[in-house]
Design a protein around this ligand. Structure first.
Ligand SMILES: Nc1ncnc2c1ncn2[C@@H]1O[C@H](COP(=O)(O)OP(=O)(O)OP(=O)(O)O)[C@@H](O)[C@H]1O
Ligand SMILES: NC(=O)c1ccc[n+]([C@@H]2O[C@H](COP(=O)(O)O)[C@@H](O)[C@H]2O)c1
Length: 277
């Protein structure tokens, strides 16, 4: 667990320690700004697209910004977040860990959010900022100069779309997330990014929109639907995650009414799309 100072600001799950084994503590290019990417979500289950979001952001940063990515984290949401199809945090954290270990050399899973009461995204980003800069002391340049790490949110455009919906995010939190930290938004089929970011114009300088040059429309909802119908999901998720789902017989239970409704909406969108092509 972190220093006593942190205990007054944050609550911690028991036996928690902040993962930093893959954090790049020495920058490659001292002229750049070190950043850490944080993707918050359900990850029920984690898919290749969740992992690919980080690679897309990496390419974008290299080509368009003065940022150097020194680490990437998936932060699965708490069980208290009410959402159809949300499996227990234990399974979700395990699947994310298997996925990162199996497929990546730089992604990490932070279980801080998952194993406690629901924490707003603004608080989650503060937690990362605290652990990276106050507890670990940031990173260094090759010359040994200290640099604070900037935390940035990584999300799909559906999430940024919810930021204009009344009652979902407080103005104070939006100002904190987009004004203080900033974000990378991956375009996602079904969301008009311009419309989604219209009301967020005052933070435009901190919002980086990334196009999906190779469209991948996989979603956890579709994966759950396939599993429930006994269809294969191999090659949509890392093999280790598919094996884990099979071994633990996950996502085979009858869908809840809310989930059935979500599936109906998704199937209707898919057949509409088919009809227009
Ligand atoms: N196909 C995709 N394209 C772009 N962003 C995505 C895609 N799938 C997931 N994301 C983003 O990944 C993050 C985590 O998402 P989440 O775990 O809620 O996945 P999801 O696939 O949208 O889940 P569900 O289908 O259960 O709603 C969110 O910011 C979401 O926008
Ligand atoms: N006010 C907030 O902080 C707020 C609102 C909506 C979603 N979120 C976060 O967005 C993430 C993804 O949510 P969905 O899976 O519902 O798209 C979750 O981690 C959730 O905590 C945060």
């Amino acid at each position: 667990m972190s220093s006593p100072e942190s205990q007054s600001r944050f609550t911690y799950p028991s036996n928690y320690s902040f993962p930093h084994h893959r954090l790049n503590r020495v920058m490659r290019d001292s002229s750049k700004t070190p950043i850490v990417l944080v993707a918050c979500g359900s990850f029920s289950p984690v898919t290749y697209l969740h992992l690919r979001m980080f690679e897309m952001a990496k390419d974008y940063c290299r080509q368009n910004t003065d940022f150097e990515i020194v680490g990437g984290y998936l932060s699965p949401v708490s069980d208290q977040y009410v959402k159809p199809g949300l499996l227990s945090a234990e399974h979700r954290v395990k699947m994310c860990t298997l996925a990162a270990e199996d497929t990546s050399s730089w992604l990490m899973i932070d279980p801080w959010e998952a194993f406690q009461s629901y924490q707003r995204t603004a608080v989650v980003l503060d937690h990362f900022d605290f652990e990276l800069n106050n507890v670990l002391g940031g990173v260094q340049t090759a010359d040994g100069e200290h640099r604070n790490v900037r935390v940035m949110l990584l999300a799909g455009s559906d999430l940024i779309g919810t930021m204009s919906q009344p009652g979902v995010w407080s103005q104070q939190d939006l100002d904190h997330i987009l004004g203080r930290y900033g974000c990378f938004i991956i375009e996602r089929a079904g969301t008009d990014v311009d419309q989604a970011t219209d009301s967020l114009a005052r933070w435009k300088h901190n919002i980086h929109i990334i196009s999906q040059l190779i469209q991948n429309d996989v979603s956890s909802t579709k994966v759950r639907l396939f599993l429930r119908r006994g269809l294969s999901v191999r090659y949509l998720l890392p093999s280790a995650v598919v094996d884990y789902i099979e071994q633990n017989k996950l996502y085979v239970d009858e869908a809840t009414a809310a989930e059935k409704e979500k599936e109906r909406e998704m199937l209707a969108t898919l057949s509409k799309k088919k009809a227009t092509t």
